[in-house]
Design a protein around this ligand. Structure first.
Ligand code: NAD
Ligand code: DAU
Length: 354
């Protein structure tokens, strides 16, 4: 079988990557999609089981920090494009164990960039390196304002600092070697297949099991939430229509204070589980704040909207309802990923409430 292009997607066994892989495999039968992931605790082949037998899909287990291994895969598959999502992604883990974030997010991104540069050897026609990043690189907002693509970087956690470093490396390779790159910085994603260390799946799982809901600090921090399939749609638009060397901010125009979001989640969960109204809210427990907890993130997504015609498709309450339904009907998935090592992480992270 011949294909028009071969695209390497890194981190495709993780949360967002699995949606991107699924979208590309379905939408572009003329592309060969190679999903590269080393299956850390956050990577799970169950997340993409539905597409594993498609003729335009292949999986490679590899570590993005291993240049020899990565370069060999470039030689084997002759990638035309890279969509790079593989990362350590959880802020709390970056606080307790920062060095793996530096290794994976900084060295891993540098390794992929260098493999692409060496393999493409200045012949960049039809080539693209797309780096997927986060709004956290911009730091923390007060009550007013939005992050623009021109907002100066001000990362404040080991996670966001490692992502900021990776963004700088991508731009440096563009500037120095003319590597054709594009970047995007997105707000908080939610939806199916998110590892239940992150707020929404964690709290859905805890409500299901009648466990405490550990709200950091006073619950007044604000996040801008975007349904994961909308993020995958934005990545598709930027990969195909984004201008080389440019950055696009992606967000949901959907800011929620944590406590308000959690109360809405509790309300919907009570309805869906047939519990008395107000019963899930009783599980809310205020716990010690996250160290250096960023107060507010909010994205101005005008550029991607005006230049590339992308905008979020889903209203938040509808997206939240779909998300809860998915977790409730995929309890086996939840039970599988929360067994074993996750229990140890949970006990350590939530020592007070566990
Ligand atoms: P995730 O933690 O769910 O998945 C990360 C994936 O990367 C996993 O499958 C893991 O196995 C893989 N991986 C980790 N280290 C690797 C290595 N050394 N080699 C190969 N694979 C490795 O993450 P996510 O939430 O899906 O985030 C994906 C990307 O999107 C990240 O770059 C993240 O910074 C960015 N992002 C996430 C969000 C969000 O809300 N989750 C928002 C904006 C940007
Ligand atoms: O903004 C994009 C970022 O969003 C991504 O780059 C990260 O990969 C992703 O993890 C996410 O980071 P956050 O730190 O915002 O997400 P998290 O789900 O960990 O937390 C969301 C908010 O909820 C945050 O203010 C902390 C709070 N929280 C989180 C957990 C896990 C709690 O109050 N209690 C918790 O137990």
């Amino acid at each position: 079988m011949t294909f028009d292009k071969t695209i390497l997607i890194t981190g495709g066994a993780g949360f967002i990557g699995s949606h991107v892989v699924r979208r590309f495999v379905h939408q572009y039968p003329n592309y060969k999609i190679v999903n590269l992931d080393n299956l850390t605790y956050a990577g799970n082949l169950e997340n993409i089981k539905d597409i594993e037998l498609y003729p335009n899909y292949a999986f490679e287990r590899a570590d993005i920090t291993d240049l020899e291994q990565i370069y060999a895969l470039f030689e084997q598959h002759k990638f035309d494009g890279v969509i790079h999502l593989a990362a350590e992604s959880h802020v709390d883990r970056s606080i307790s164990d920062p060095l793996i974030f530096i290794k994976t997010n900084v060295l891993g991104t540098a390794t992929l960039l260098d493999a692409a540069r060496r393999f493409w050897k200045d012949d960049y026609e039809g080539k693209l390196f797309y780096h997927v990043s986060t709004d956290e690189v911009y730091g923390s907002l007060g009550d007013e304002g939005l992050f623009l693509e021109t907002t100066p970087y001000d990362p404040r956690s080991p996670y966001s600092a490692s992502k900021a470093s990776s963004d700088h490396l991508v731009r440096a390779y563009h500037h120095t070697y003319k590597l054709p790159v594009v970047l995007s910085n997105c707000s908080n994603n939610y939806g199916p297949y998110q590892f239940p260390e992150k707020l929404l799946p964690l709290f859905i799982n805890n409500i299901r099991n009648n466990k405490a809901l550990p709200v950091y600090g006073e619950g007044i921090n604000v996040r801008d939430w975007l349904y994961v399939e909308d993020h995958a749609g934005a990545i598709d638009s930027i990969f195909h229509k984004g201008k080389l060397g440019e950055t696009y901010n992606i967000g949901g125009h959907n800011e929620w204070r944590n406590i308000d979001l959690i109360k809405e989640l509790c309300r919907q969960m009570d309805e869906k589980l047939g519990r008395e109204a107000g019963s899930s809210e009783q599980l809310i427990t205020f716990v010690k704040d996250r160290a250096g907890h960023d107060m507010r993130y909010a994205i101005d997504a005008t550029k991607v909207q005006e230049e590339l015609g992308w905008k979020p498709s889903l209203q938040f309450k509808e997206g939240l309802s779909k998300t809860i339904d998915w977790y409730l009907s995929n309890q086996e998935w939840l039970d599988n990923v929360t067994s074993g090592a996750y229990q140890k992480y949970y006990e350590k992270q939530y020592a007070v409430t566990a």
